[in-house]
Design a protein around this ligand. Structure first.
Ligand code: SP5
Ligand code: ZN
Length: 355
């Protein structure tokens, strides 16, 4: 069967290949692997997603939208740090195993940094040790955001559903900080684009295992972007500092943010009941567009081992979202077991399309 939903991804993502992250003081393999992308692409192709396109998004001028969301000093830092790392070793002499990567070591304890060393400055612009800056980080993060913009534009022109393989992901990225494998907030950038082109209200539904602190903080005082998230309770799940039930927005944003923290070991029935409550909030908000921050790290076989959803559950998830009857932009977030990730994405999209 041919499935005609537009699917967008970019070859540039393969240039982003972080080797390790620092977890509990140890160097461990980085979870955001390129195998994730290969697994998703393979599953989509095998399942007949005919509109699968590696589109060249390099001609999209994403920077005006990115600048509306992120701090200019942060963007300058990302660009400069990526360029400097590239300068350390010629491209051809860097093998994947010895990829040069910059991690924070001193977290900014003052509001500005007078040292121009990248090793110092990154302390102002990172909130964890999971999110290295490498030679191609800035370029690839911009490309991922451009893919999200391309998806938003296709939606705006009337397509009901678009899937975008955004990588690096976006929902943890703050106005001026990278973290949680995210550098630029693809979700808010896409929402900003839709609003800049006439939408009155955009809702972002986040079903990644982790709370999207970046989306929430970037939109906390805005009423034109709602944020509704189901996630592992931040009392024991990354990113720890946000995602609690009493965070509901401020000023114009008051009442447009809804957090549904769930316990460790959450199974399908509890998840689904909670999902229905979350979707009622969205229906009430009545958005012009829906953006789904689609993470699959809620899978029972994901390395995070927090929720217990099976691959087939993602069909129900998609089907329930479909009932909202909104034009929907699906942006890829987490999901770290390549063995189950591809099929999970396909099953979710089938549910969303009702096939
Ligand atoms: C987009 C997204 O899903 N970001 C998640 C970032 C969470 N990183 C924090 C924890 C990393 C722990 N890594 C090793 C242990 C896995 N069992
Ligand atoms: Zn996640």
């Amino acid at each position: 069967m041919r499935i005609e939903v537009p699917v967008i991804c970019s070859q540039e993502t393969f240039q982003h290949n972080p080797q390790y992250e620092i977890h509990k003081g140890e160097r461990v393999p980085h979870l955001d692997s390129v195998e994730r992308v290969l697994a998703i692409k393979r599953a989509l192709k095998e399942s007949g997603f005919a509109n699968f396109k590696n589109i060249d998004v390099s001609s999209i001028d994403g920077m005006p939208w990115i600048r509306q969301v992120h701090d200019s000093a942060y963007l300058r830092f990302l660009q400069r740090a990526s360029r400097r790392i590239r300068g350390l070793v010629p491209d051809e002499e860097v093998s994947p195993g010895e990829m040069r990567a910059l991690y924070p070591q001193v977290f900014g304890y003052s509001s500005s940094c007078r040292s121009e060393e990248s090793e110092a400055e990154i302390g102002l612009f990172a909130f964890d040790l999971y999110t290295p800056v490498m030679r191609h980080t800035f370029a690839v993060a911009v490309d991922s955001a451009r893919c999200a913009l391309a998806g938003a534009e296709i939606l705006r022109r009337g397509e009901p559903y678009v899937y975008v393989l955004t990588r690096p992901p976006g929902h943890h990225a703050e106005k001026d900080k990278m973290g949680g494998y995210c550098y630029l907030n693809n979700d808010v950038i896409a929402a900003q684009y839709l609003i800049g082109n006439g939408a009155k209200r955009v809702a972002i539904l986040d079903v990644d295992l982790h709370h999207g602190n970046g989306v929430q903080n970037l939109t906390y005082e805005r009423g034109d972007i709602a944020y509704i998230s189901l996630h592992g309770d931040p009392r024991f799940t990354f990113p720890y500092f946000s995602g609690y039930e009493d965070e509901t927005g401020e000023n114009a944003g008051q009442g447009t943010k809804h957090n549904f923290p769930l316990p460790k070991g959450t199974e399908e029935e509890l998840y689904h009941e909670t999902l229905k409550k979350a979707l009622r909030k969205i229906a009430f908000y009545d958005p012009d567009y829906l953006i789904v921050a689609a993470g699959f790290d809620t899978h029972k076989d994901d390395p995070f081992q927090t929720f217990k959803l099976s691959t087939s559950y993602y069909w129900r998830l998609g089907k329930e979202i479909k009932r909202l009857k909104r034009r929907t932009l699906v942006l890829q977030e987490g999901g770290y077991n390549p063995e189950v990730l591809g099929e999970s994405v396909v099953v979710f999209l089938r549910g969303l399309l009702g096939i």
